[in-house]
Design a protein around this ligand. Structure first.
Ligand code: GLU
Length: 478
């Protein structure tokens, strides 16, 4: 059975590159009726962030990637948090020492620094030849030590990666990496092998940064007599041709995008396509469709550049598909932030905005007009906005248009169609263009050039009494 895993370090933040790795592992497992496992790689205790595991679990849940085994849900291969597996790693480290594939190293930080200062590019196997007796004594004396992998000095190793093909690395280019640190915790270089094996991982899907160190891991598989998994390394998501999309650029986290008002599945859909192509070039795909179409052959060897504009476009398609109630609910935090506590029909505002926003934080710009009309100012807004020469030079005309607008709003303010017809009629009577009257009407009601919808919609949004109060205010300023 196919078993894949997502193995994040708990940094308190889920980069969308990490989310994409998780997604591909999830899709591959689901496509093949397999299981998707979550493993927390927290052996670097310095980097531990409180609540970070929760961040990851919540993110996967929001993204719609249900994991079959992992923290909280458990499973047959637990614990799924590496810091709780310390003894397991030690057991195998000792086995490797027995077989000569690993060794104790007591070298001090100073010695290692000197080594590098003197031009060494890797550890010099200094402790490989310590006698058993000496090792025992130094351990007994409480000297700190690490356990290192014993890489052969000659030869090379080749393996097949499903994306990058055959990868060969010379042993002379590999260092005797630390497997167990002085605190007794394993390094990633060790724990990934032990856990992938013990957790029955069949396909190891991870970032390309591990492509060249995989031969080292393969030596460990071989030394322990274990079968290697299938390897699938992924190119990173780039900000531009030469830079990775990184946390430092801000806003590279899944949560950052959710906060900006992207919908979880729109993000998932977009990142799925950043590094993988479905054969038929379809772009809007549900999780079921992604699962059905996903294939290793579609993974790209080249990296892809993140394009937020494209993700916005995709998001807008999902926004339009929400029911009115779903959109209204999703918009609430943004209303709270950008236009809270106004006397308007918020449900109707949602109706006006749903077809007009790409991401929910567009609410900010799209509702700016709600603050353009200032009742308390001498003139409620800059009348230059009317942009109608005749209006500007002919005050009598201006007044009479507003008078008519007030009259039709009084008569038809509760009926958009009738109101619209009446406004058109004003244009006919005054020998103006229909658009001119509608333009004046909308500006008079809002004091804004851009509104989601015309004057009649604004009357509905504000309610008839408020609309009339605004028109009267404008009139009083003419
Ligand atoms: N903890 C590793 C990382 O976050 C996981 C790599 C892997 O998937 O093996 O990069």
């Amino acid at each position: 059975m196919v078993r894949t895993r997502f193995a994040p370090s708990p940094t308190g933040y889920l980069h969308i590159g990490g989310l994409r790795t998780a997604l591909y592992a999830y899709l591959y497992a689901k496509k093949h009726g397999g299981r998707f496992i979550l493993r927390i790689e927290d052996t670097d205790q310095n980097r531990e962030v409180e609540g970070a595991v929760d961040v990851i679990i919540k993110a996967l849940e929001k993204a719609g990637m249900h994991y079959d085994e992992g923290p909280i849900v458990g499973g047959d291969c637990g614990p799924y948090i590496q810091s709780q597996r310390k003894d397991i790693y030690l057991k195998y480290a000792h086995q490797l020492i027995e077989s000569g594939d690993a060794y104790y190293c007591f070298c001090s930080k100073e010695r290692l620094e000197d080594l590098h200062k003197n031009g060494a590019t890797k550890y010099d196997k200094h402790c490989l030849h310590l006698s058993k007796k000496e090792i025992e004594k130094r351990i007994k004396d409480g000297e700190p030590y690490v356990i290192r992998q014993n890489i052969p000095e000659k030869g090379s190793s080749t393996y097949h990666d499903e994306v990058f093909g055959d990868i060969t690395v010379d042993f002379k280019d590999l260092e005797d990496n630390i497997l167990i640190k002085t605190d007794g915790m394993p390094t990633y270089n060790f724990a990934n092998v032990i856990d992938d094996h013990l957790m029955g991982i069949t396909h190891c899907i991870r970032g390309v940064e591990y492509l060249m160190s995989t031969p080292k891991y393969n030596l460990l598989y071989d030394a322990l007599g274990w079968e290697r998994p299938v390897y699938i390394h992924l190119q990173p998501i780039m900000r531009d041709a030469t830079h990775k999309l990184s946390k430092r650029d801000g806003d590279a986290g899944f949560e950052d995008f959710l906060r900006k008002g992207f919908l979880p599945h729109a993000i998932v859909n977009y990142i799925a396509l950043l590094g993988w192509n479905p054969k038929d070039n379809r772009e809007k795909l549900s999780m079921e469709e992604l699962t059905e179409l996903f294939s290793i052959e579609g993974l790209q060897k080249s990296s892809s550049i993140f394009d937020e504009t494209k993700m916005r476009w995709l998001n807008s398609l999902y926004v339009k598909e929400l029911s009115a109630d779903e959109f209204h609910a999703a918009a609430q935090p943004f209303y709270k932030e950008y236009c809270d506590g106004l006397k308007i029909d918020y449900k109707y505002l949602s109706e006006l905005l749903q077809p007009r926003v790409e991401i929910l934080s567009d609410v900010k710009d799209k509702t700016a007009f709600l603050y353009s009309f200032d009742h308390s100012a001498k003139t409620p807004f800059d009348f230059a906005l009317f942009e109608n020469k005749k209006w500007k030079t002919d005050t009598a005309l201006a007044k009479s248009i507003i008078d008519d607008c007030i009259a039709v709003t009084k008569a038809h303010g509760d009926n958009a169609d009738a109101l619209n017809a009446a406004l058109e009629n004003i244009a006919v009577e005054k020998n103006l263009k229909k658009g001119q009257v509608l333009w004046i009407y909308r500006i008079a009601l809002t004091g804004a050039m851009a509104t989601p919808g015309g004057g009649t919609e604004m009357v509905k949004l504000f309610g008839k009494p408020e609309a009339l109060a605004r028109l009267e205010k404008v009139k009083s300023c003419l």
